[in-house]
Design a protein around this ligand. Structure first.
Ligand code: ADP
Ligand code: MG
Length: 348
């Protein structure tokens, strides 16, 4: 278990990379830290690892306060984006390196390295150096090195981002299976929302050194707490349409919709609908967004349709075979919506 309390980090020059982080990660949990570049993900991971000192706040791992311990005494393994393998060492030596540091006898560490290598399908490559390996193989060596020393936690900093798209998907599945098998608490940093949704038991969405929302992938996807999270999560961006309330109804992008309770006329509102929760109707309806089909994007088994009306764009995902034609007039009917006031989700 990893507990963070009031963690703050200000770099010389005044960048507040961590701004009061409170977080508890459960034993064996696969936890993703998600956020745009520069939001403080790497700094948080490095602070947990002890490679960066916290300005204030505490870190405990398995009930032990490690805030002031050096990295070597925290028993966590970090895997970096660039793998950080030693170029002059072969695969076995790379995997066994942390064991050498811990003064594990040679025969034992070679046996251990061979065992972990077998698990990660690296047995054929033990004598090669990193330069003689593909990106995916290097990544598995970095994982093997992390596993070899039986850490209490894995800290992964965008470990898949240097792989090409196809390999990246395979490595993702592999990583998830491995984490389930080992049941080691894992903190996984990514800027890729699909990766976070696919891998994690829970996700923390970060922005400017703060946690904006912590929840399961389903919670974060279905009920993004702010418009920032809403715009960040989802393979197609959520429609976020400026809206206003008047006389018990909500007016947004040419549609008249039922308004949630407790709104005041003149509130600053946003009506949010995922393109997946938008149906297309060929006929006019007052509770739908009208527009002309201006873009069709093939998503494989579905199509992303963009409707345009007076400079406003509304997107809907339609099933294979149901696509309208470019230039058609259509109405997008929201099936499921969220309403935000001042950027924050309103309870339904
Ligand atoms: P992320 O991993 O989410 O992209 P980082 O944790 O690397 O973000 O950086 C968070 C912020 O802290 C950024 O504004 C970055 O420029 C700044 N930062 C990171 N490392 C340092 C450093 N060693 N010195 C000064 N500023 C830093
Ligand atoms: Mg980073």
């Amino acid at each position: 278990m990893i507990s963070l309390h009031g963690l703050t980090k200000v770099f010389p020059g005044g960048v507040r990379a961590l701004d009061g982080i409170d977080l508890t990660i459960g034993d064996g949990e696969f936890f993703a830290l998600l956020g745009p570049s520069g939001c403080g993900k790497t700094t948080l991971l490095r602070t947990i690892a002890g490679l960066e000192t916290a300005g204030s706040g505490t870190i405990s791992i398995n009930q032990r306060d490690v805030t002031c311990l050096p990295p070597g005494r925290r028993n966590v393994a970090m895997v970096f984006q660039d793998y950080a393998l030693f170029p002059h060492m072969d695969v076995t030596e790379n995997i066994a390196y942390p064991l050498r540091i811990r003064k594990v006898p040679r025969a034992e560490r070679l046996a251990k390295a061979a065992d972990v290598a077998r698990r990660l399908s690296l047995s054929e490559l033990l004598r090669r150096r990193p330069a003689q390996l593909s990106g995916g193989q290097q990544q598995r060596v970095a994982l093997a090195r992390a596993i070899a020393c039986h850490p209490t936690a894995f800290l992964f900093d965008e470990p898949l981002s240097n792989l090409d798209a196809r390999l990246r998907l395979e490595a993702r599945t592999f990583l998830k299976r491995l984490q389930r098998e080992l049941a080691v608490t894992t903190v996984f940093v990514t800027h890729d929302q699909a990766e976070a949704l696919a891998l994690a038991d829970r996700i923390a969405v970060m922005s400017r050194g703060r946690m904006i929302q912590v929840g399961t992938p389903a919670e974060v996807f279905q009920r993004p707490a702010t418009t920032f999270v809403a715009s960040f999560i989802g393979s197609t961006p959520m429609n976020l349409l400026p809206a206003r309330a008047a006389g018990g109804s909500l007016y947004a992008a040419g549609a008249v919709l039922p308004a949630p309770a407790g709104l005041t006329d003149g509130d600053d509102l946003v009506y949010g609908v995922r393109p997946e929760y938008m149906d297309l109707s060929p006929t006019e309806r007052p509770d739908a967004f009208p527009g002309t089909v201006s873009v069709l994007e093939n998503l494989g088994t579905s199509t992303l349709v963009t409707l345009e009306e007076g400079g406003t764009f509304v997107q809907a995902v339609v099933d294979e075979g149901d696509e309208p034609r470019l230039g058609d007039h259509a109405w997008a009917v929201p099936r499921r919506a969220l309403v935000y006031r001042d950027g924050e989700l309103l309870a339904p």
